[in-house]
Design a binder for this molecule. Structure first.
Ligand code: NCD
Length: 334
């Protein structure tokens, strides 16, 4: 099995999900299939799949959707969970990631879900503990489970099979990702994954938030897929089947001056702009948290083209499959 072999050679436990890079398309397909299988399962049966297993959530950054969905997914599968956050633990006293990880392992954690402000922290933790680690967002690097739940959401909304993919599944589909691309791990993971399934990914935003280097994420693109930059939002919208809006990450802007009034004028997805520029029925997505009235108008977020709530729901479904994969419970219980 590719997954196991790769992980062992890289020095961390099979079942880890650290990045979408190196995640074979066949493995993405298997995760989607497991997701569909788990979703169909009666709740009582589902609660047996990870019964008695221990999952630790280790969060060094705030989170609503990602944390809650991982936690509820683990509980729904019968696992017990414990949350350690930097605000109320020995992390505040200066304990290192390594020591915190080893402590969780000594207490019986079999899998760690990590959100950290440093890029690469999940890989380090995976190496240091030998436990499967699920990257719940590391700095400006990656957010692989978000890319998978976004993928499932767009497949569903575009009327494509959502329980399997191959290198041509998104051929002919243009996904426009707009906003603070520079600081967005969500944009990175999507930009690295979707072209490998054949999608044309268009990145859109002002130069300060979208440097040309962002095109580097398309290096892995397989035939058919591509990553390009279109600076003019209205022009970018014209070919979009999917429009993914991103939050301006004020906490990461560090010294950069951004005229928010001008930004809103040029890049906000308003009702009028969506109607006038995008093809009919274009799917609107946002990973959250969204700032209504800034990057997206409230009416669009709540409108019929919005898949935002479905994204949240798919977070629960995809993360259930990732937990089962991490703890390799398939053989015994599914
Ligand atoms: C994002 C994150 O934390 O990377 N949200 C999420 O996990 N759904 C995006 C953000 O913070 O803007």
């Amino acid at each position: 099995m590719v997954r196991g072999a790769e992980a062992v050679s890289a020095g961390y436990a099979a079942g880890s999900l650290l990045s979408v890079v190196g995640l074979p398309v066949a493995e993405v397909s298997r995760i989607l299939q497991m997701t569909a299988q788990l979703e169909r399962m009666p709740l009582r049966e589902k609660a047996e799949v990870l019964r008695g297993r221990r999952v630790a959530l280790l969060f060094y950054e705030s989170s609503t959707r990602t944390r809650t969905s991982f936690e509820l997914a683990a509980k729904g599968l019968g696992a017990s969970t414990t949350l350690v956050s930097d605000k109320s633990s020995s992390i505040e006293k200066g304990e290192s990631l390594k020591d915190t990880g080893l402590t969780l392992r000594a207490l019986g954690a079999e899998c760690i879900i990590l959100r950290h402000n440093a890029s690469g922290a999940p890989e380090l933790l995976a190496r240091m503990t030998g436990l499967p680690v699920l990257n719940a967002g590391d700095g400006m690097h990656e957010h692989p489970s978000q890319a998978l739940l976004d993928l499932r959401t767009m497949l569903e909304r575009l009327g494509l099979p959502s329980d399997r993919v191959d290198a041509a599944s998104l051929r002919g589909v243009t996904v426009v990702i707009t906003g603070d691309i520079q600081h967005s791990r969500v944009a990175r993971s999507n930009g690295l994954l979707l072209p490998r399934l054949g999608a044309r990914v268009v990145l859109c935003g002002p130069e300060g938030l979208l440097p040309v280097e962002a095109l580097g994420m398309g290096r892995e693109a397989a035939e058919g897929g591509s990553v390009e930059i279109v600076r003019n939002f209205e022009e970018a919208l014209r070919g979009a089947q999917v429009v993914m809006m991103l939050r301006i990450q004020r906490e990461r802007l560090a010294g950069m001056e951004l005229d928010l009034t001008e930004y809103t004028e040029l890049y906000q997805l308003s009702e009028e702009r969506l109607r006038r520029c995008a093809p009919e029925g274009a799917v609107v997505m946002h990973p959250g948290p969204m700032i209504r009235g800034l990057e997206i108008a409230g009416a669009v977020a709540d409108g019929p083209q919005s898949a935002i709530e479905r994204q949240v729901r798919n977070g629960l479904e995809i993360r259930s499959a990732l937990l089962v994969r991490a703890l390799d419970a398939t053989a015994q219980n599914m």
